[in-house]
Write a protein that binds this ligand. Structure first.
Ligand code: ATP
Ligand code: MG
Length: 332
């Protein structure tokens, strides 16, 4: 069953330089029990898409979508209060830089208690014992629930924000760059903690990151954003082993791999598109090594690859898939 269905989501921001088309026709579906990745480089629209789903966009944003359905209910048709209730009861949101936005003047237990008591009628002592339990779940010493955020390291503060988000046993966890700003070993531990907890509370995950390595470790499916559009989407295994979109291919090459140490990472030349213009061409055209005249004239629709749970927005998707097929199976 589909837990979250995002259909043709568009978000623009009003700015002095014109309207920024931050998310431009994004669609994806998260089935129940799936770990879903939303990836792309800085400015590709990942956080904007998450904030649109949650309903936490700033006032200069304008949202348009066919639907944003959670468990069959269109969130865009709910009042702000109804949506907030769903958000707290069923969707846990760990915003980007969450660990830096903990209240420095409140102990961690008080912040967790507040998060619980705002939405549930529970006594102070029950909320406190829940905070204790949550600290244990995220691998923190429950004896430290009355410490202040500054008494913890960055990785530990991130665990506190995860504990807060999990307070009400959500069905979906949306985590925006939960590992950014942490050193590599701590990043791994945070990823393991999220996966552990998810298994314990049986929730789905929408993981937002620019780090393809983290996606490969944690996610079943992926949408790769560029310039506010989904370039390629589908099974992580298929996309990362046999990408057919030039952007996915470029991104895969621009990250060092753990197992293939002799592969030198190559970054994609050029810079991201100007989002104040509605794109008349493929958004990746200026940086694409395979671009043809067709790519200058229109942004491509999705091409579905048969039996692969993989679709690519590229005018040359079919040809790329055929070439990959011939390379892996030269007998055909
Ligand atoms: P990052 O990896 O850096 O977090 P992102 O993929 O999350 O990037 P967004 O933060 O969603 O990207 O931004 C998408 C685009 O929208 C960018 O061009 C950004 O400058 C623009 N943008 C984001 N927030 C606002 C805002 N409040 N007002 C105007 N433009 C904005
Ligand atoms: Mg972001």
């Amino acid at each position: 069953m589909s837990l979250l269905e995002v259909e043709d989501l568009k978000v623009t921001y009003g700015t002095d330089d014109g309207r920024v088309h931050a998310v431009n026709g994004v669609s994806f579906t998260i089935e129940d029990g799936i770990n879903y990745g939303l990836a792309g480089e800085s400015g590709s629209g990942k956080s904007t898409a998450a904030e649109a789903i949650i309903g936490l966009l700033p006032d200069n944003a304008q949202v348009d979508a066919t639907a944003v359905r959670f468990d069959g209910v269109d969130l865009l048709e709910l009042s702000a209060n109804e949506r907030q209730d769903i958000l707290w009861e069923r969707i846990a949101y760990i915003p980007q830089s969450a660990m830096d936005s903990l209240d420095p003047a409140m102990t961690c237990s008080a912040q967790i208690r507040q998060a619980i008591q705002k939405h549930r009628l529970v006594s102070k002592s029950n909320a406190r014992s829940r905070a204790h339990e949550l600290f244990e779940m995220v691998g923190l010493d429950p004896g430290r629930i009355d410490d202040y955020p500054h008494e913890f390291s960055g990785g530990m503060r991130q665990r506190v924000t995860i504990a807060m988000a999990l307070a009400l046993d959500p069905d979906l966890i949306i985590a925006d760059e939960p590992t950014t700003g942490l050193d590599v070993i701590v990043q791994d531990k945070i990823v393991d903690t999220i996966l552990d907890i998810q298994a314990q509370i049986d929730s789905s995950l929408l993981l937002i990151t620019h780090d393809i390595g983290v996606i490969a470790e944690t996610c079943d499916e992926l949408s790769l954003l560029y310039g506010g559009k989904v370039m390629e989407q589908g099974s992580v295994d298929n996309m990362l082993i046999n990408p057919v979109n030039p952007y996915t291919m470029g991104l895969k090459n621009s990250f060092p791999t753990v197992d293939e140490t002799d592969e030198t990472p190559v970054s994609i030349p050029g810079s991201p598109p100007d989002l104040t213009e509605e794109p008349a061409s493929c958004v990746f055209v200026d940086r694409c090594a395979f671009a043809t005249e067709e790519c200058e004239n229109s942004h491509p629709a999705f091409v579905e690859l048969p039996n692969r749970n993989q679709r690519s927005a590229c005018h040359h998707a079919k040809k790329a898939a055929q070439m990959r097929h011939e390379a892996t199976d030269p007998g055909t």
